[in-house]
Design a protein around this ligand. Structure first.
Ligand SMILES: Nc1ncnc2c1ncn2[C@@H]1O[C@H](COP(=O)(O)OP(=O)(O)OP(=O)(O)O)[C@@H](O)[C@H]1O
Ligand SMILES: [Mg+2]
Length: 267
C-alpha cells in the first residue's frame, strides 16, 4: 500500500487523490451502416457527466445518426458503455430526453400547450378532462422554460422559439439523465436563439444534466459547451474544449478551408 493510501486508511488525514468520475457515455470504435452505406466510422468519444457536449459538422456528416446510435435506435459495431445512476453502475440511463431535429407534432392541431402535456404525460383521452397532477406538472415544466403564462395558448400560435421551449419542457419529463438536442434552435431568430441557449446552460447547471447538443451555430457552441466533437464524413475530425477546437485550423479540418468563428455581438 502506498504511503498516502495507508495514512488515509489509518485516519492520518491525507486526502486520497481525486479519481475523476467515469463519463456518462463512453463510445468506442463505433461504426454504423445504413442502407448499405457506412455512415459512421470508428467513432471514439466520451460524453462527460453533467457537461454540455456539442456535436458539429457539415450536413450529412452523421450527427443525427450518432445521437440515434447512442440511444440504441440504430444497430452498430463497436461499444457504447453507460455509467448511469448516482453510483455510476447502471448500464443504461433511466430516461433520455430528446428534442428532435424535425418537429414530430403537427403544430396546426387545435390543441393548447396544456392539452399537449396531457397527451404526453397521461394515457387518458382529452375529453375525460386533464387530471390535476398533469396540470401541476405542466405548470412546473413550463415555468422551468420561462413560459408559465402561456399554458393555455394554442400551439399553432406559438413562435418558433416558443415551440422549441415547449419541446424542451416535454423532454424534461420524466427528469432525464441524458438530454439530446438535435439542432434545437434551428430556424429561430438570433435573439430567441441566444435566450434558448442560455436556458440550456441554466438547465445544465441547475439540474446537473448531461447534454449533447447538435448545432451549426459555432458562436453558441463556443459560448455554451464544455466539449466539442467534430464529425466529418462520419469520422471524428477533432475533439476537445471549445477554445481549442474552434480554432481556424480545426474548423478547416471539419468544414473545409476558410471557415472562421465570428462571435455574435449580443444586442
Ligand atoms: N436510414 C438511413 N438509411 C440510409 N442512409 C441514411 C439513413 N439515415 C441517414 N442516412 C444518411 O447518412 C448520412 C448522415 O445523415 P445524418 O442525418 O446523420 O447527418 P447530419 O450530420 O445529422 O446532417 P444534418 O446537418 O443535415 O442534419 C446522410 O448521407 C444521410 O443521407
Ligand atoms: Mg441531423
Amino acid at each position: 500500500m502506498s504511503q498516502a493510501l495507508s495514512s488515509a486508511a489509518s485516519g492520518g488525514g491525507i486526502a486520497l487523490p481525486m479519481v475523476p468520475p467515469p463519463p456518462l457515455v463512453a463510445i468506442r470504435d463505433l461504426s454504423v451502416n445504413l442502407g448499405g452505406h457506412t455512415i459512421l466510422r470508428r467513432v471514439t468519444a466520451d460524453i462527460a457527466r453533467g457537461k454540455v457536449t456539442a456535436l458539429i459538422g457539415l450536413n450529412g456528416s452523421g450527427k443525427t445518426t450518432l445521437l440515434r446510435a447512442v440511444v440504441g435506435e440504430y444497430p452498430y459495431r463497436g461499444k457504447i458503455t453507460y455509467h448511469c445512476g448516482h453510483d455510476h453502475s447502471h448500464p443504461t440511463p433511466e430516461y433520455v430526453g430528446y428534442v428532435p431535429q424535425r418537429l414530430a407534432v403537427d403544430a396546426r392541431l387545435p390543441l393548447t400547450i396544456r392539452d399537449l402535456f396531457a397527451l404526453a404525460l397521461s394515457s387518458r383521452p382529452l375529453f375525460l378532462g386533464i387530471p390535476r397532477w398533469v396540470s401541476e406538472r405542466a405548470e412546473h415544466l413550463m415555468e422551468r422554460v420561462g413560459m408559465a403564462t402561456l399554458l393555455d395558448h394554442p400551439i399553432d400560435g406559438l413562435s418558433g422559439g416558443q415551440l422549441q421551449r415547449v419541446l424542451l419542457a416535454l423532454a424534461l419529463e420524466p427528469s432525464p439523465e441524458l438530454l439530446l438536442l438535435d439542432e434545437p434552435a434551428a430556424g429561430i431568430d438570433f435573439k430567441d436563439q441566444k435566450k434558448f441557449y442560455d436556458l440550456i446552460s441554466r438547465i445544465n447547471q441547475e439540474m446537473g444534466l448531461t447534454v449533447v447538443l447538435v448545432s451549426h451555430d459555432l458562436s453558441m457552441v463556443n459560448a455554451h459547451s464544455h466539449h466539442v466533437l467534430c464529425l466529418k464524413n462520419g469520422e471524428i475530425a477533432c475533439q476537445g474544449p471549445p477554445q481549442e477546437i474552434l480554432s481556424p485550423m480545426n474548423l478547416s479540418l471539419t468544414f473545409g478551408a476558410e471557415t472562421q468563428l465570428f462571435p455574435h455581438r449580443a444586442g
